[in-house]
Each structure stands twice: as C-alpha cells, then as structure tokens.
Ligand binder design. Structure first.
Ligand code: F6R
Length: 254
C-alpha cells in the first residue's frame, strides 16, 4: 500500500484524475471500478473537463460501480445510477452498454449479485478500482463485520452509514437500509486500487485502515495486502497518521 499525502481536496482530485487518465491512455479499453459519494466528485469533474478539452477518450472503456441501493430505481434521484449519469456518464463518451451498476430493483438479489460478479469476470476483472472510505472504514458497502465478504452481496448499511448518507435524503427514514455491493474479491483482484480520503471526518478511518491491523472490523484495512493500492489523503484526513509513518518508505508526500 502506498499512502500519498496531498494538501487538500483539490490536489487529491487532481492526482486521482491523473491516475485514471493515465490508465485510460495506456489501455483505452480499460475496465474501471467506480465509486459514488461526495469524495470522487472532484475527480469526475476533472475527467469531464479533460474529455471536453479533447484530452480523453472513453469510447472503449467499461465501468462497474461498486454498489446500488436496494429498492431505488435508476430514475430515483438518489440512486447511484442517477448519480453516475449526472456526474460522469452523461458528460463523456462512455458507451451506455458498457456502464454497469448492480440492479437495486432486482427481485432476486442473490441472482443479481451472481450476475454482477459474472459480468466483472467476463470483462476480465477490474483494471483500476476507485474507492472512497466511510467514517467506519467501509469500502463499497462492505461494512465492519466479523468476516470479509468476498462476492457481490446484499449489504446491510450500518447506523453510521445511514446517518452519513441522510444528507442526500429528505428524512433519515428515507435512507435505504440495504444495498447490493461488490465484495472484497473483485476489489482485491483489481490490477490497481486508488482510495481517496478527504476531510477531518475520515481521519480516524484512514488511521485505522493504514496504520492498524488488517481486520474486517475496518474493511479498508484489507488494502494493506493489495499489491498495487494507493491511498490518496489530504491533510485533514491524514491528521491522525503519526509523523514517523511519513518517512516509512512506502509512504510518499505528494
Ligand atoms: C459509494 C461507496 C462508499 C463511499 C463512502 C464515502 O459508492 O461505495 O463506500 O465511497 O461511503 O462516501 P463519501 O465520499 O460521500 O464520504
């Protein structure tokens, strides 16, 4: 795991966009794993800008999002389908038939989860996985648990995640309690992983994921075992990482 310290949200977003753009330039038919949430908004904004400026071509790219709420249709404004449409898909030349998210309306969640894993495998796996991190250390909707879920699965959102996501819904009661989430198998098999973390409310999670033991109680900690994981943290999110870690060799100041 490489931990790259950058100054602020803008620098984190730029660094992430350079990594994604480099991936697409090097392999135009890349398979990208994508996240939603507030953290990657700056990254998506830059990718859209660079596409508009003729600097990027998404025509051969395939995308797989990490998750979708169970019970929200793609047209629901808070669905992750709608989020991706708004912030990326509608603004670049991604081919719609190659943009995948789990179907939150699937009658049989288990079957949908199996289909999603099979699609990822048929695409050759993920080349570059973009991740955010929850305040409790979750990645995708892999919540703290006593085991790591390997396959795509029905995820039960923790109280903390429900509270954090309430900012997007009119009332706390409206926040879905369940989601379909990619498991650790697809994430750990990705050729490269980039986790983004910004802001003081991520400091505890970053500290535990980067400096703590590898445990399903802190799902992101599994990335310590990934052969090509980069954690891009801004100063606020890195606040609890001890100074000596910044000279540990595998950690870089960006
Ligand atoms: C979203 C996802 C989540 C978020 C995490 C952080 O697809 O998988 O793991 O990355 O909840 O969300 P933000 O960025 O809103 O703080």
């Amino acid at each position: 795991m490489d931990v790259v310290f950058v100054e602020d949200y803008e620098a984190m977003s730029r660094r992430a966009a350079e990594i994604v753009a480099g991936q697409i330039r090097q392999k135009p038919d890349s398979v990208l794993g994508l996240a939603t949430g507030s953290t990657p908004l700056g990254l998506y904004h830059l990718l859209c800008r660079w596409y508009a400026a003729g600097r990027l071509d998404f025509s051969a790219v395939t995308t797989f999002n990490l998750d979708e709420y169970i019970g929200l249709s793609p047209t629901h404004p808070q669905s992750y389908h709608a989020f991706m449409q708004k912030h990326l898909f509608s603004k670049v030349n991604l081919c719609p038939v190659r943009c995948f998210l789990p179907d939150g309306m699937a009658g049989d969640v288990l079957a949908e989860a199996g289909r999603y894993d099979a699609r990822i495998e048929a695409a050759g796996g993920i080349d570059l996985q973009v991740l955010g991190i929850g305040r409790n250390g979750h990645i995708g909707f892999n919540e703290p648990d006593d085991h790591f879920a390997v396959r795509t699965h029905r995820a039960y959102l923790s109280d903390d995640t429900i509270k954090a996501n309430a900012r997007f819904f009119p009332r706390l009661a409206d926040v879905p309690r369940e989601a379909i989430s990619v498991g650790m198998g697809a994430i750990m098999k990705a050729q490269r992983v980039v986790l983004l973390a910004s802001g003081p409310d991520k400091a505890e999670a970053v500290h535990r994921a980067v400096c703590g033991v590898v445990t399903p109680r802190v799902p992101a900690s599994i990335l310590q075992l990934h052969r090509a994981a980069t954690v891009l943290v801004d100063a606020d999110a890195a606040a609890l990482v001890p100074e000596k870690w910044r000279h540990a060799g595998r950690i870089h100041i960006g």
